[in-house]
Ligand binder design. Structure first.
Ligand code: GDP
Length: 678
């Protein structure tokens, strides 16, 4: 066939055709005028398939809602900043002159060189001040995106003869509420209820079922998040997708997004048209909508397998599994692994159990993990304590594609993170050390230097200290709090901030607080899972706040408690001396009249000389202080009493150095200890 004729047939120019031919694998030479008929026909076939795929993608793209456009806009505006970044790189990333960035850093109390690293938190504050939105460019995120690439790289290195068939990983995708979880449940119940009835409860959201000798792994992507998480969890892991569309609804934005991802990731899929039990169900309407975006259903002459199902009645669930089986048969060569090869696994889900610590639900895609293995999972690490399969049975070794729970990590890793196994203990130690140091430097401001602490400890012998470990969400808040609470220090009680930092309250903070008997104050931060357990165990005092004022008030209260008590005098009454009965050294026995208030036994007194005028009247007119003393006995009508009220005449035994004489006035008071307040 002539090149020009072929170009006309596929509706492009001959020049474009000459360019496209080699791209699609047809090498006929740059100057050729003719192309063999068979090759021309093959080209037309491939070209049309390509065109229809392109048309479908275009339609999908067009149909994606405006909200997604907006989301993209937002995403575009957000600049990703890693957990640590050199100042000059940061300036370049946010496209702001270096000196402006340096100025902002200084304003925030950060003095560092242009080549020094700053933490994400600091970068975020500086960016916010300049008016730029940034987001954390988590290293783990990067790891997630590369899951598939890493797996493929490992598989490429494996010898073909070592590769064995493995169960494919299947994910449910689609719009929220269309029934993804319900179908997952229906499949699980239809296939593994017998085992569960046997008393073994199901532990992990993901599970395996067998149909027609095909073992399949279904992973559960939690509820409404499923769509957003798919790139992370499913996208990296999924071998097959089940696109769920509700028969009583229509193709929705998240359905479109799922289709887009399925195509981009090249994942084979079947469509489950769900909720067919409902009165408003219209299977044909869904098929029509699918055909409009070039997903022509099989029974309408296309290639898309559509299975009407009801998760509620389980109708069609078996057909759905059969359809998945067909896909497995067609793609068998893609689901391979070497169970004894280099280990690679992915975290599907993770959680913290109060008793068992971090639990990582995972799928291993090559090699295996066994008890005692050293694992590095993003920023978490640990030695495998034990492994459970998805039914909760302990197993000593993982199997390819088997959903497992792995116990023994130090922290909870995030879903989608790649799991690495380190066989050399030495190397494992080195890596974990690096991870720990990155983690602690993440706190930005670290412990004060030890000498300073010792010095102040020395000084603290005379002054009391209110020791605080302070963690806040932002540098600005941290600085404001430090400034406010350090200013509360008095001569007697000093506020001593042992450690200040940005980020959540960690085990290290709790350990330090416990060792130094300090409070931990958290401002708009939470407590890490492990730290929470340690707090209870070590009985550490932790105070969490969202309002700075409350934090300051609490600090004041604690300072008040540490202040030495104040002794104040409480006036009780006055007694005029009428008669001196006896004077024996310090001990004097006198008679007097209560002029004011009352007199009590065992109270302190001051002895005042009365003025001439005062002597004549009962008015209080004290002139000169003669001395101080204490009442040791009080009598009324010759009987010992504890108290005598105003107007009463009483006998008193007094211990004093002063020379008491008639007409002197005894001022009676008691000493009361009172909590001081700043
Ligand atoms: P997801 O958000 O896609 O995981 O949807 P769910 O599985 O949570 O289901 C959303 C709602 O639809 C729930 O109230 C389910 O009970 C209901 N649902 C799911 N499948 C069916 C079905 O086949 N028939 C009927 N009648 N309701 C269903």
């Amino acid at each position: 066939m002539n090149i020009t004729e072929l170009a006309r047939k596929v509706k492009i120019t001959p020049a474009e055709l000459r360019q496209k031919l080699p791209e699609l694998g047809f090498h006929i030479g740059k100057r050729a005028i003719q192309i063999p008929n068979k090759q021309a026909e093959k080209f037309i076939e491939i070209w049309r398939a390509e065109q229809s795929k392109q048309a479908m993608l275009n339609k999908i793209k067009q149909k994606i809602s405006k909200t997604e456009e907006k989301e993209k806009q937002v995403e575009k505006e957000l600049i990703s900043i890693p957990s640590k970044i050199q100042v000059h790189r940061f300036a370049a990333k946010i496209n702001i002159p270096l000196n402006k960035v340096m100025n902002e850093l200084v304003k925030n109390g950060v003095f560092c060189g242009v080549n020094e690293n700053i933490d994400y938190e600091i970068a975020a504050i500086v960016a916010e001040n300049i008016g730029i939105d940034v987001q954390p460019g988590d290293e783990e995120q990067v790891a997630k995106v590369n899951v598939k690439a890493k797996i493929n790289k490992i598989l490429k290195q494996e010898k073909k003869e070592n590769l064995k068939q493995r169960p494919p990983i299947i994910v449910m995708v689609g719009h929220v509420d269309h029934g993804k979880s319900s179908i997952l449940d229906a499949i699980r119940k239809s296939k593994i209820t017998e085992i569960e009835q046997g008393g073994i409860t199901q532990h992990i959201g993901s599970y395996q079922v067998e149909k027609n000798e095909h073992l399949m792994t279904f992973i559960d992507t939690p509820g409404h998040e499923a769509f957003k998480q798919m790139r992370v969890r499913g996208g990296g892991l999924a071998d097959i997708a089940i696109l769920v569309i509700s028969a009583d609804d229509k193709i929705q934005p998240q359905t479109m997004e799922s289709i887009k991802i399925i195509h981009e990731e090249n994942i084979p899929f079947v469509v489950a048209i769900n909720k067919i039990d409902k009165s408003g169900a219209d299977i044909d309407k869904i098929k029509k909508e699918l055909s409009e975006i070039n997903l022509m259903p099989e029974d309408w002459g296309g290639k898309i397998i559509c299975i009407p199902v009801s998760a509620k009645t389980t109708k069609g669930i078996n057909d759905l599994l059969d359809a998945v089986n067909i896909i497995i048969d067609l793609n068998k060569s893609s689901f391979l692994a070497n169970p004894t090869g280099e280990m690679i696994g992915v975290v599907v889900e993770s959680r913290l159990d109060p008793g068992l610590g971090p639990i990582m639900s995972s799928i291993i895609l090559n090699g295996h993990i066994q008890d005692g293995d050293n694992l590095i999972v993003g920023n978490s690490y640990g030695k495998v304590r034990f492994i459970q399969d998805y039914l909760g049975n302990k197993i000593s070794k993982t199997k390819i594609s088997l959903p497992v729970d792995i116990f023994g990590l130090k922290n909870v890793p995030s879903a989608g993170t790649i799991i690495k196994k380190i066989s050399s203990d030495k190397e494992f130690k080195k890596i974990t050390k690096q991870i720990s140091s990155i983690k602690s430097s993440h706190l930005f401001f670290q412990e004060e230097n030890e000498q300073e602490y010792k010095d102040t400890a020395e000084a603290a012998k005379n002054t009391k200290q209110l020791k605080i470990i302070l963690k806040a969400n932002k540098l600005g808040s941290l600085e404001a709090i430090i400034h406010s609470i350090e200013n509360l220090s008095t001569d007697e009680v000093k506020v001593k901030i042992l450690k200040k930092g940005i980020g959540q309250i960690t085990e290290t903070d709790v350990d330090l607080a416990s060792a130094s008997n300090a409070y931990i104050f958290g401002f708009e931060v939470n407590v890490s899972g492990l730290a929470r357990n340690l707090i209870k165990e070590k009985n550490v005092k932790v105070e969490l706040y969202n309002v700075i004022y409350d934090l300051i008030e609490f600090t004041k209260e604690q300072i008040n408690k540490l202040l030495p008590e104040e002794v104040i005098e409480e006036f009780l009454g006055e007694v005029k001396i009428l008669k001196i009965f006896q004077k024996k050294n310090k001990e004097k026995v006198v008679g007097g009249k209560v002029l004011k208030g009352k007199v009590n036994n065992n109270r302190f007194i001051r002895i005042w000389e009365s003025s001439e005028q005062g002597k004549q009247s009962e008015n209080r007119e004290l002139t000169k202080l003669k001395g101080e003393g204490k009442i040791t006995q009080l009598q009324f009508n010759k009987n010992d009493v504890d108290e005598a009220g105003a107007g009463k005449e009483c006998g008193l035994k007094i211990i004093t150095q002063a020379n008491i004489e008639p007409d002197d006035i005894l001022e009676i008071y008691k000493e009361v200890k009172k909590q001081r307040k700043i």
